[in-house]
Design a protein around this ligand. Structure first.
Ligand code: ADP
Ligand code: MG
Length: 198
């Protein structure tokens, strides 16, 4: 028996957290709601396999936090397990963004109320910032995940039939409808291949 290399362990554990297109959308939406967003734009291209993008008008991510925003087990939501008693957010484990980075190419554009302009960060597979540049978006955060599961042939096979891909879109739509019911004050728009579905 051999111990698996750290990079393989990371990929396998990430693929247990991010299991599908709908699980990426769910994690990103929950982050947006945790950030106090009242407007969400969800865009998919090619059933989410080419691109998944969630844009919000929430509080944004401070430049100081950007270097760790996609590092696993970094979170702004709790400081220790005692805080679990008083949890008011969807997220708290600090695993979602790091896991998405491991199974897709991720860009994060964000701006807080205190910033003069937004910054777009390009992340690598372990959630480190590769590059950053100023951009033109308003307050809030846009997370873009490109080429989901490109490094996981088994999962790509799972979505190889048209029927399964369509089911996945339906699941995203149902998820958004559920959040719409749960949060009636939040505006949610869903676009697939440039067609508005809701
Ligand atoms: P968790 O939600 O468990 O804290 P994530 O990996 O989903 O972990 O996100 C890591 C951190 O990045 C969050 O704790 C939050 O501080 C920040 N973050 C992620 N998405 C957003 C967003 N849409 N708006 C503002 N901050 C965000
Ligand atoms: Mg989260």
């Amino acid at each position: 028996m051999k111990q698996l290399p750290a990079a393989t362990v990371r990929l396998l554990s990430s693929s247990q957290i991010i299991t599908s297109v709908v699980s990426v959308v769910k994690e990103l939406i929950e982050n947006s709601l945790d950030a106090g967003a009242t407007s969400l734009d969800v865009k998919l291209e090619n059933y989410g396999f080419d691109k998944i993008e969630v844009r919000d008008n929430g509080e944004g991510i401070k430049a100081d936090d950007a270097p760790v925003m996609a590092m696993k087990y970094y979170t702004s939501k709790i400081s220790s397990h005692e805080d679990l008693e008083n949890l008011t957010t969807y997220g708290f484990r600090g695993e979602a963004l790091g896991s998405i980075c491991c199974v897709a190419e991720v860009l994060i554009t964000t701006r807080t109320a205190a910033d003069n302009f937004s910054t777009q960060y390009v992340l690598d597979g372990s959630g480190h910032i590769i590059s950053q540049k100023p951009s033109h978006l308003g307050q809030g955060t846009t997370v873009t995940a490109l080429r989901l599961f490109k490094n996981l042939p088994v999962r790509k096979q799972f979505y190889s039939t048209a029927k399964k891909r369509k089911e996945e879109i339906k699941k995203v739509q149902d998820l958004l409808i559920n959040y719409g019911i749960l949060k009636p004050d939040v505006r949610i728009v869903f676009v697939h291949n440039k067609h508005c579905l809701q």
